[in-house]
Design a protein around this ligand. Sequence first.
Ligand SMILES: NC(=O)c1ccc[n+]([C@@H]2O[C@H](COP(=O)([O-])OP(=O)(O)OC[C@H]3O[C@@H](n4cnc5c(N)ncnc54)[C@H](O)[C@@H]3O)[C@@H](O)[C@H]2O)c1
Length: 426
Amino acid sequence: MKKSSDLSRREFVRTALSTGVALSAPTILGTTAKGQGKSFKVGLIGCGGRGRGAAAGALEAGKILGFDVRVVATADYFKERALRAGKQFNVPDNRCFGGSTCYQKLLETDVEIVLMATAPLFRPLHVEAAVKAGKHVFVEKPVAVDPPGCRRVIAAGKAAERKGLVITAGTEMRHDWNYIKTHQAVAVEKALGRLYAGRVSFCMGHMFWKKPINPKTAEDLVRSWQNWITLSGDHLVEQHVHNIDVANWFCGGPPVSAVGFGGRARRNAGDMYDFFSVDYDYGDGVHIHSMCRQVTGCWNWVGHDFVYEKGRTSGNDHPRPKKSPIPADLAKGPSSHIQEQIDTLYYVNKGRGVNQARAVAESTATAIMGRISAYTGQQVTWKEIMGDARAKPELYNLTLRPTAEDFDKGTVEIPKENVVPIPGRS
Ligand SMILES: NC(=O)c1ccc[n+]([C@@H]2O[C@H](COP(=O)([O-])OP(=O)(O)OC[C@H]3O[C@@H](n4cnc5c(N)ncnc54)[C@H](O)[C@@H]3O)[C@@H](O)[C@H]2O)c1
């Protein structure tokens, strides 16, 4: 389906995307993970709602697998949040770190698995540092806000592979057994024939801040990260990446190009849009329409719809493959949030097996491609943002500012509030 000039990448993507987590380690089938008296030390970077949820999920997953899992260090830009999470997970205060470089202090401890749930801007820096420090990683989506950030995560993923480190991602449908089996039946075994088209959506009500933020400091920006393009990537990237990831997975790789629209109807804080509509061209005549909106009082839908030669699927409603790609001894969790922690521990325990860095980075880049198209009003191609540094260097090297490194160095310039990209001019 997807065209690409990079065959080794295609091979990798085909394996990683067509199998989600489950098939990436066929050699482990038949072994058991239950009750081995193993213990794992977990560290959390980004102690907000999702981060603390992921840490609680890791503890729950440990119980399901019979492992002794402990949260042994926490880190957050705001030390009081690291301390609050520390209290929740019985972490001594001297292992709860604050400030922009808190991730470095956490990585210097004996943590083995790092859960990352900060603002997306910081992910490439943190993933690189964690892999360098020899840690396994569970990384929340999205993993970057610009094309160079996506490539940094892909490179870190390769380094992790060389070191035998596991990287799992919070693109949760790839941990959901109904999605994994439906993908196997439809995209791998072709139970419904050829894919013609589809649509993916994350349309919901208002989220985030209703009044101008008037940020003065780096701290103000981090506190209100969900409102700023540079920290979140905009909601097409920050939230809708979930559904775009499913599209990439079912299409066998990222699209060739994107043409997007978007704008700001109701938001009056930060600098983001509040709706997007993007046509993704996956090659061979296959188009997937992506839409997302955060405006209250409108039609809402979060989901997927793929139209095939012999029928259609929402991505999770055809779970009857001839051959299940799920390892026989992999425990089933009560939710995909717990399943992603089960998967992480299961593969860490095996010592190898899964690396979702490229898949989540490519889905993040796909969302970024749609965002750039909507902001500029131009068609944007995969080759321009990810494939060829010389095709359009201004897109390939597009780096949102302030960067994560600016926060570490104290060189943050505050973006202008309520100044938004204008198609045709931006
Ligand atoms: N997969 C899912 O279902 C899901 C659900 C919610 C959120 N998320 C993702 O999880 C991430 C966090 O979302 P959230 O809802 O928990 O947000 P949040 O604001 O509740 O928490 C983020 C935390 O990260 C901290 N932080 C930000 N930048 C940091 C830095 N440089 N270093 C250390 N700490 C930093 C903040 O202080 C905050 O405590 C986002 O990427 C979001 O997209 C995923």
